[in-house]
Write a protein of this length. Structure first.
Length: 116
């Protein structure tokens, strides 16, 4: 490659990087919009009805879980084991993955629990 062509290539590359940096800089409107949309989607995913006194199944200990209808000591321990192994529950319906919680038990719980 000749000197002139190499200089032109480097200039073009520098211009492209500068434009990319301007486009994706943290203060840019695009970045704020993308971040805002992602946060909105996350909030919608985790949104649940939270009546007063709802039990957070992601942070509750065994005694708090035991107070829920249909949940005894053994089932409370399984809920804790499930979230320990697989991370926090993302949706209320994820409780159906816990052995011993079926549709009937879930229906009793869904208005009494929250995820955050």
């Amino acid at each position: 490659m000749r000197k002139g062509a190499a200089a032109a290539a480097w200039t073009l590359l520098a211009a492209a990087l500068a434009l990319t940096a301007l486009y994706l800089r943290p203060g840019a409107t695009y970045f704020r919009l993308a971040f805002s949309q992602a946060a909105s989607r996350q909030a919608q995913r985790l949104e649940v009805a939270r009546p007063d006194g709802a039990v957070n199944v992601n942070t509750a200990d065994a005694s708090q879980l035991d107070e829920l209808p249909g949940i005894g000591e053994a089932l409370a321990q399984r809920i804790i084991e499930e979230r320990t192994l697989n991370g926090p529950f993302r949706y209320p319906e994820d409780l159906l993955c816990v052995k011993g919680i079926g549709e009937k038990t879930y229906q009793k719980l869904r208005d009494l629990i929250c995820l955050e």
